[in-house]
Design a protein around this ligand. Sequence first.
Ligand SMILES: *Cc1c(COP(=O)(O)O)cnc(C)c1O
Length: 458
Amino acid sequence: MGASVAKGFAIAAEWRTRDLRSVWHPCTQMREHQSDLLPLIPIRRGEGIWLEDYNGKRYLDAISSWWTNLFGHAHPKIAEAIAQQAGQLEHVLLAGFSHAPAIELAERLLARAPKGLSKVFYADNGSSAIEVALKMSFHSHRNQGDMQRHRFVTLSNSYHGETLGALGVSDIPLYRRTYAPLLLQPMFAPSPDTWHALPGESGQACAERAALALDELLQKHGQETCALILEPLIQCAGGMRMYHPHYLRRARQLCDHHGVHLIADEIAVGFGRTGSFYACEQAAIRPDLMCLSKGLTGGALPLAAVLCTQALYDAFLDDSRERAFLHSHSYTGNPLACAAALAVQDIFDSEPVLQQNKTTAERMAVLAAPLVELPWVADVRQTGMVLAIELAAECRRPLNAAHRTGLRAYQHAISQGVVLRPLGDVLYWMPPYCIDADALERLANVTRDAIIVATNGL
Ligand SMILES: *Cc1c(COP(=O)(O)O)cnc(C)c1O
């Protein structure tokens, strides 16, 4: 081993030790790091699709650092925009004050949003955006004299974040079960997820079946419902489960019929991820509230935005403070984050991102097609720049959980310099848009090997 590599190992080991002494990591059983089952990886730098550790080993970030990164790490245009803004105004409270980046970003987000969304409320992370949308919906009904509406409808297998309100409208047992006594009690409508299609049933027919169930639910409970919240086209944390846009059109109609708001959580799927700029566009619908975060700043800084209709906004205009929307976070509309988001908008304006993504998505499809032949691969599905490979036993039953297939796949991929972080037994590719053909091929090869290694002995 060369001297510099040995030094790299020593530096990484030192950071690891110090980390475990002081840091508590998200979404992690910390014991696994202590036992070396899952060694923590200190990252020194990032560039494009690559993350680099202290040994100089590079990792292909196939999951865009939890779906935030659109154009690669340490993107020069985004870094420059943040640096410029930092030298001018790092932050000012957004109550009573304003600043050019927040104003300009609101204008530009609205210009690209479904027609009819006309105001932007900022927050600083995805879960907070969901809290804002839920409270806004509830409060606007009250402001209009409708005091009956106090419940929400959400879809089975949905995920909207992990603060109590956002978790309350989420349905993933791993996250929800423990905190259930603390949570809102939403009504759950069946997911239109094509995975649940009956034999021979099309994606659209499956979506229609779910829409009929939603119709029934709203006929019974529409009067007490504030809003239906959903993730357009892909239930991401729920295992990259995908559904036909027909459901969105039907959900829009049903919400209109029952005076229920439609909240589109585009936090993971917005900004070109699904093939269109927003996923909602594929059904040509306008939600009443649309939540954005993750890719909003290209993965550089935390920021979120809730876009709403003029009617919703107008419901809060009054002489009384109580009718105002008093929700606030200290860093609401932070100028640095807004500057990063503006740089992202510039990239969309100056480069044919969606067109390039189409080519990249086609490459992904071709490379993933042979994976269907592997044992335990039950489904390979794709929507734009999201491709998922679901492993399952016969008749789509879950794999033996004790085998820890997903963890094994993760470990193998990491050893090969690829960050795959399966959701249970679902492996997926959700790479930064700048991933090139060579890197994709490597990703496909490592994924194939990871599946073979991980399922061995099942
Ligand atoms: C990640 C995510 C959230 C929560 O965003 P955070 O910034 O992690 O709080 C909400 N909804 C969806 C669909 C997400 O993917």
